[in-house]
Write a protein that binds this ligand. Structure first.
Ligand code: GCB
Length: 593
């Protein structure tokens, strides 16, 4: 699926703005069949939860309805007309006037409906979307529904960020020619000490001759090609490098013999990624990840994409000396990945498979643990949803040079029976879908180098560890010993690159102490410094991602004070003391290895 783009042959209308909004059950039966009977309007893109300052809306479980009218551009009569949602969290049914045109499950990947023939250019139609926020044992991420004493559904989930929902990304109406490009796949390589190879594969709606040219940043054509697959050679290629992005532009056209039928263009970064022994290599050079696990999370918008935060967050990454981040715990808006492409920030692209771990559920709820992998819990249907999600994620993000590794899941219960049977086929699928990028999963604290059953399947061992916080709370001396023993165990067993994909301590901005007092700014800085001392003693260490870039919203919990406070920045992006210490380490660290 190609991202909508205005080109010489394609036009694009953005449908963001204010949409009518209502909770299911307040709107009468079959709400899509007429104008929604509501006074509420919701901003798109935004999660709906925090817009209205109303508990009933914030905590609603089930469907909500969005509606607006859309005018189809008059000039689109001979065109194919497509409606595209960049995401609807977590499932959607889309109606054009009275007709159901699309259904989609999975909250963080795009989907489309072909409206050609259903709507007439120059006219208006009623666009209604039902969005479902429910998570069950067969969704990604999983969750659990129960019925409360009041007869209402209650949602619990096994991850620690608020279950924001709705239309948090852009919605588009766009045109393509009837005969059109449907997909482009690009992979790159570097040979002979500097020649870039750009291999392409095109898919089209019907057979059509194709041609393409690759243009450098100064506008010079550096290679041309023909056909649906092939390889372009770029002598003395300027490589896409971390911190020094360079993007060529691939212009693709299909023809009918005489005319250009469809045109599309794609930024291309020429770079290689590989894992060799205990090293992570970008362009053949060892790369050390500095950065964060992030979230799409801001006040009021929830997970709504916002370009102002995008720009600001990337400036703060730069300010701290971060060269990378992980899209914890779901694929981020494509604008974020494109921005990383343009600004040379390296991305570990994670699926929405967070909480495949019912030991974590037990920890979060105080209930006795249930087996994670069983017919009643995470089962074959969950695995099928996970596989589908992987297909959609890799289809969307495969061409981004910033994406250097896939993270198939966050903290799955990799020490439990059933973990290997569940994950082995998914990791295999990931490699089939994209043979060019390394694969990882992050390991939870209960997964030790002794009992884990997945690390031999992945390329990089990524560990989430909270010694000094959840374990040996406040005792950094003990924490240092535990951490070192833990890391050395993994290093000795696997001989692979190891990175810390999460380490952090909750910190209330403005709370201070001269003692090692958890929740203070000084403790957070001391906690990170302890971790760094240990990392620097492990030769196979390839990176450190602090948990988290910024404070973020969570559901109510006795261990969460207005959200998770492990941010180096507050939710409104003000630095805590540790931000300055990180900046000192990371701006001096590049080139360390
Ligand atoms: C974790 C999770 C992350 C949580 C974090 C925490 O291990 O991966 O989603 O937010 O711990 O702060 O507890």
């Amino acid at each position: 699926m190609l991202k909508p783009l205005a080109t010489a042959t394609r036009e694009l209308v953005n449908l963001d703005g204010l949409w009518l909004f209502g909770l299911d059950g307040t709107l009468g039966p079959e709400p899509w069949k007429s104008r929604l009977e509501t006074r509420l309007e919701a901003a798109v893109p935004a999660s709906y939860n925090d817009l209205f300052a109303e508990q009933k809306i914030r905590d609603h479980v089930g469907l909500v309805w969005y509606q607006r009218t859309v005018r189809v551009p008059r000039g689109w009569s001979d065109q194919r007309i497509v409606l595209r949602f960049d995401a609807a969290t977590h499932a959607a049914a889309v109606y054009v006037d009275d007709t159901l045109v699309a259904e989609h499950v999975g909250g963080y990947t795009p989907f489309e409906a072909d409206l050609t023939g259903l709507i007439a250019p120059g006219t208006e139609f009623r666009l209604t979307v039902a969005v479902d926020n429910r998570l069950t044992n067969i969704t990604i991420p999983p969750g659990k529904l129960t019925v409360g004493a009041d007869g209402q559904e209650r949602q619990t989930y096994f991850h620690d960020f608020y279950n924001y929902a709705g239309l948090a990304r852009s919605v588009w109406l766009y045109s393509t020619p009837r005969s059109h490009l449907t997909d482009i796949t690009v992979t790159t390589d570097v040979v002979d000490g500097g020649t870039g190879l750009v291999s392409y594969r095109l898919a089209t709606s019907e057979p059509a001759p194709a041609s393409m040219r690759l243009i450098d940043e100064t506008g010079n054509t550096v290679a041309t090609g023909e056909g649906h697959s092939g390889t372009l050679r770029v002598e003395d290629a300027v490589l896409w490098r971390p911190g020094a992005a360079y993007l060529y532009r691939l212009e693709v056209e299909i023809h009918d013999g005489w005319h250009v039928v469809d045109a599309y263009e794609l930024p291309v970064g020429i770079r290689t990624v590989a894992v060799q022994g205990e090293q992570f290599l970008i362009n053949g050079e060892p790369f050390y990840f500095t950065g964060f696990g992030k979230h799409e999370d801001t006040a009021i918008r929830g997970k709504g994409h916002d370009n102002a935060y995008l720009v600001h967050d990337f400036r703060l990454l730069d300010w701290t000396g971060a060269n990378s981040f992980r899209t914890s715990h779901y694929p981020y808006a494509e604008e974020v990945i494109e921005f990383a492409d343009r600004h040379g920030i390296v991305v570990i692209d994670e699926t929405a498979a967070v909480g495949l771990n019912l030991a974590v559920e037990a920890g979060l709820t105080g209930q006795p643990p249930r087996p994670t992998f069983s017919p009643e819990t995470i089962n074959d249907q969950t695995q099928a949803a996970h596989a589908q999600h992987l297909r959609e994620l890799i289809d969307r993000d495969k061409n981004h040079p910033s994406v250097v590794m896939w993270c198939v899941a966050n903290e799955p219960s990799s020490n439990e029976d059933g973990a290997r049977e569940y994950f082995e086929p998914l990791i295999k699928l990931t490699r089939e879908l994209d043979p060019t990028r390394p694969v990882t999963t992050t390991a939870v604290i209960f997964a030790t180098s002794e009992n884990d059953r997945l690390a031999d399947l992945v390329d990089v061992v990524s560990l989430n560890r909270y010694y000094g916080w959840y374990v040996a709370t406040g005792d950094l001396e003990t924490a240092e010993k535990l951490l070192e023993a833990d890391l050395r165990g993994w290093a000795a067993k696997h001989g692979k690159p190891i990175m810390m994909s999460e380490y952090g301590a909750d910190t209330i901005a403005g709370l201070h102490s001269v003692l090692d007092t958890p929740w203070t700014e000084e403790f957070q800085a001391g906690f990170l410094a302890m971790n760094h001392r240990v990392f620097d003693r492990i030769p196979s260490f390839v990176g450190e991602h602090v948990w988290n870039f910024a404070d973020f919203g969570t559901g109510p919990a006795i261990h969460r004070v207005d959200g998770n406070k492990k941010g180096i920045f507050t939710r409104d992006r003000r630095p805590k003391t540790a931000a300055f210490a990180l900046r000192e380490r990371w701006t001096g660290l590049h080139g360390r290895k």
